[in-house]
Design a protein around this ligand. Structure first.
Ligand code: ZN
Length: 379
């Protein structure tokens, strides 16, 4: 059986121009590689950004428990002009791997596939390793939920997942993500009763109600934060009253807000809490309300468990870094993993989404070594 070299594999992956949900043959390429070392591969389709569906991959080696998983995405962001070295050439120069996706996150994928191939070839173990590769993490985010749905249907249970997103900052392994805050958007519309502003008592002003609602929401504490996450915060991002007259009290007013919430909340309970505050103020002001919510991601958090401490120890051994456990950064596919215990650990994020994205070769080597050691210690 083969051992895949992480640098060569990363170069090969970068050469597929997988912008948005374009596949360009990358999932077939990965399936072939993984099948050749004993993985059972399955392509799972989800809605793409263009006419073609997005192709995602679920690959599993072994049938028994425990089941460790690696998760990554092959799609990359655009921003492709003015590169010194063309973004999809995958050139190694002066100790760096250059190209779109070298850090986010084809580099990380190459590292875990390399580590897994080495481990399977050299070690006997009881349990399973699976790999999930999604095609739309940077855009629509339908891929990972589609894979999760498939696993549920098949009764497959992942015991621990490592998301290979570029979590590191100054050096590989200086940060490990153990959770992310949730994000939810809301639109409040307040309905009053319009009228001539000179005739107080004949109208119900929705502006007054809206102002009081905003003041109330901003002065209500949602929580005090957790050890790893700051207090949840609600911010108003837009206030609007359509009114062309100076002496007419309008019929309605509206405002938009975004809440970044920690793991003390689920979006459902948060909605209830906010709606209660809003409706109570509106009622006092004799106004009616319409409240719309859109959840872009639930908060999640894996309480540092023995796997997380094991990974922290390995990072220390390989890099000398005492990894900080935190919940920084934007969203990732990790938000779709439900209750699966997990962490995010990958390359550095110093050039992600930028022109001239690149990763030091030494980072890729270190990360591969970390992943290999994790497998050795997990089984
Ligand atoms: Zn990413």
């Amino acid at each position: 059986m083969k051992i895949f070299n992480e640098i060569k594999l990363a170069q090969e992956l970068i050469r597929f121009p997988t912008v948005k949900t374009e596949d360009k043959g990358i999932m077939k390429f990965l399936s072939k590689k993984l099948s050749s070392i004993g993985f059972k591969c399955m392509i799972i389709k989800s809605k793409g950004t263009g006419l073609k569906p997005a192709l995602n991959l679920y690959a599993r080696f072994g049938k028994s428990k425990p089941h460790i998983n690696f998760l990554g995405h092959t799609d990359v962001v655009a921003n492709l002009n003015d590169w010194k070295i063309a973004p999809f050439r995958g050139v190694v120069r002066k100790g760096y791997l250059n190209g779109r996706g070298s850090q986010d996150m084809k580099g990380g994928i190459a590292c875990f596939i390399s580590a897994v191939s080495n481990f399977i070839k050299n070690k006997k173990f009881k349990g399973s390793i699976s790999i999930i590769i999604t095609a739309d993490e940077e855009t629509t985010g339908y891929g990972c939920p589609a894979v999760m749905k498939h696993l549920k249907k098949k009764g497959e249970k992942i015991d621990f997942s490592i998301v290979g997103e570029p979590s590191s900052n100054k050096s590989v392994g200086d940060e490990i993500r153990v959770g992310r805050r949730g994000s939810m958007n809301g639109i409040i519309t307040i309905y009053g009763k319009s009228g001539h502003s000179a005739f107080a008592g004949s109208y119900i002003n929705p502006c007054t109600a809206l102002a009081k609602i905003i003041a109330k929401l901003k002065s209500s504490s949602l929580d005090n934060g957790t050890k790893f996450m700051p207090p949840s915060n609600l911010e108003f991002t837009k206030m609007n009253v359509d009114n062309l007259s100076e002496n007419v009290v309008p019929q309605s007013s509206s405002a938009k807000f975004n809440v970044r919430f920690n793991s003390k909340h689920k979006s459902a309970s948060l909605k209830k809490k906010l709606s209660k505050i809003i409706n109570a103020v509106a009622k006092k002001e004799r106004c009616k309300t319409k409240i719309e919510y859109r959840v872009s991601g639930e908060a999640f958090y894996t309480k540092p468990n023995k796997e997380i401490y094991m990974v922290k120890k390995i990072v220390k051994k390989v890099t000398g870094n005492s990894a900080k456990l935190n919940c920084r950064g934007g969203t990732s596919d990790s938000r779709f993993l439900g209750s699966i215990p997990r962490l995010e650990l990958g390359l550095r994020n110093t050039t992600i989404h930028m022109v001239d994205e690149k990763s030091p070769i030494s980072d890729l080597k270190k990360l591969t070594k970390i992943y290999y050691n994790i497998l050795e210690n997990y089984f």
